[in-house]
Design a binder for this molecule. Structure first.
Ligand SMILES: *[C@@H]1O[C@H](CO)[C@@H](O)[C@H](O)[C@H]1NC(C)=O
Ligand SMILES: *[C@@H]1O[C@H](CO)[C@@H](O)[C@H](O)[C@H]1NC(C)=O
Ligand SMILES: *[C@@H]1O[C@H](CO)[C@@H](O)[C@H](O)[C@H]1NC(C)=O
Length: 453
């Protein structure tokens, strides 16, 4: 299992100065996967992402923010205790899903009173459980049983939430809670659901779901998350790609720096019906569910990387993404190369960063792909230009080494390294973490930070 004592740390100084976000979701249901697929908050690397979002909480019939799983409260505690290890980590709780088969947002946004009940309960709930913010995951206002007026009501909810968040921070002398949205990618959804300038000006960031563009509900193969359109695309399918989504959000008035590109750590599968295996090949229905995720049409990255030695991997040049085939199974997915291409794109568009769906679908423990822990998200982090995670000393061994045993018996906190001014120690529960300042900076104990000499 993943060990807290072996993880490495981010540079304090850079973390403060660096505004690019790497937001990572994980799901409450990943705890039920078998064997090495089981994922709990102990598997979250506290230094990998800038923000970690727990999915999902929901809304009760009387409009209160509430838990979904019997053990959510325990999970919240474990997740939020990671902030003792990395004090710069931010955590958010994502609210969505269905309550007894009904979308609970519809009732909640319907009147100012119902919204206000939710807002009051949400702020107390988040503080009680030590979260740093709220992520609204309504799929989607103005669609699927939600009336056209819900577009305005959703915007009103966001405006009122932001107002309450500001007031709560003043009243309790605390840092403002963060507010984000998990938002749709296709033009009809964006048009029906979002008053773009009104909502984007209030939230801290939006995680755009730039995936699920194609899947086994279609009769020919298509990629889950293509960067650009394919020359085979016709009609509205020419908009089923990341570039079209980002351009549309920006044309509707979204500030680029609030938009985070969605990075899927999964692929979508098809069952081929002829001998053709390319993009646009005839298909009928989903491939079998993976052995761990058990959802037909869907495979995690760790299930794809073990997708039989006979698989043939191809690169779709026009769309900058790979697919693999083996027998009648076809999967369009993402790998390190496509993640790097998408980072290049988000950088060229001056977007605010990346949003990963999800941590639990990457090879988080390094059990499957022989590429170490979190091969996709670590690669994403590096591609975004984050500093390498500093090395960590091993816990004390039988022959005590002066560095490894530095923290033995010391209170948690930061300490100068007498042997090297460019580095410093972080002590946490008696374990020693050695961090390195950015090149040119030295550790200053007075501010517990890295600064110019
Ligand atoms: C996790 O949250 C989802 C929300 O969509 C909910 O439907 C589900 O019951 C929860 N638990 C599991 C095990 O899926
Ligand atoms: C507001 O919430 C209550 C439940 O607390 C519900 O009975 C009522 O129908 C909601 N209002 C509207 C207009 O949906
Ligand atoms: C729309 O509602 C139906 C039935 O309630 C549900 O099965 C489906 O998943 C929903 N679609 C979305 C996009 O939420």
């Amino acid at each position: 299992m993943f060990k807290l004592t072996l993880i490495a740390g981010l540079l304090l100084s850079l973390q403060l100065a660096y505004s690019t976000k790497l937001v990572c979701y994980f799901s409450n249901w990943s705890q039920y996967r078998p064997g090495s697929g089981r994922f709990t908050p102990e598997n979250v690397d506290p230094f990998l992402c800038t923000h970690v979002i727990y999915a999902l909480a929901t809304i009760s019939p009387d409009n209160q923010l509430t838990t979904m799983e019997w053990n959510d409260q325990d999970m919240y505690k474990k997740l939020n205790s990671l902030k003792n290890v990395n004090p710069y980590l931010k955590t958010l709780l994502s609210v969505g899903g269905l309550y007894n088969g009904i979308n609970p947002y519809i009732n909640m946004v319907a009147t100012p009173e119902n919204r206000s009940t939710f807002i009051r309960s949400a702020l107390v709930f988040l503080r009680d459980h030590d979260f740093d913010g709220l992520d609204l995951a309504w799929e989607f206002p103005g669609q699927n049983g939600s009336s056209a007026e819900d577009k305005q009501r959703f915007a009103a909810l966001i405006k009122e939430l932001k107002q309450a968040i500001k007031q709560e921070a003043i009243d309790n002398r605390k840092t403002q809670l963060l507010l984000s949205i998990k938002a749709g990618a296709l033009r009809p959804t964006i048009d029906a659901a979002y008053e773009v300038p009104e909502i984007t000006s209030e939230v801290d960031f939006l995680s755009i779901m730039t995936y699920d563009y194609h899947g086994s509900w279609e009769k020919v193969t298509g990629h889950n998350s293509p960067l650009f359109k394919s020359s085979l695309d016709q009609g509205t399918h020419t908009e089923h790609n990341i570039d079209a989504t980002v351009s549309y959000w920006i044309s509707k008035g979204a500030p680029a720096e609030k938009l985070l590109l969605g990075f899927p750590t999964y692929g979508r599968t098809f069952r081929l019906t002829t001998s053709s295996t390319g993009l646009g090949a005839p298909a009928n229905g989903p491939g079998d569910g993976g052995p761990y995720t058990r959802d037909p049409g869907f495979w995690s990255f760790y299930e794809i990387c073990t997708f039989a030695p006979g698989a043939k991997v191809e690169w779709i040049t026009e769309q900058s993404v790979p697919y693999a085939t083996n027998g009648v199974a076809w999967v369009g997915y993402d790998n390190q190369e496509s993640f790097a291409a998408k980072v290049q794109y988000l950088t060229s568009m001056n977007l605010g960063g990346a949003s990963v769906w999800t941590l639990d679908l990457d090879d988080f423990g390094g059990y499957f792909c022989a590429q170490g822990d979190y091969p996709l998200v670590n690669h994403l982090r590096n591609s975004l230009g984050f500093p390498p995670k500093p090395t960590t000393t091993q816990p004390p061994t039988t022959t005590p080494d002066p560095i490894a045993s530095f923290c033995a018996g010391k209170p948690d906190g930061l300490y100068p390294n007498p042997a090297d001014v460019n580095t410093y120690f972080q002590c946490f529960r008696g374990n020693t973490y050695l961090h390195r300042c950015q090149p040119g900076l030295v550790y200053v104990d007075a501010c517990k930070c890295c600064n110019w000499p």
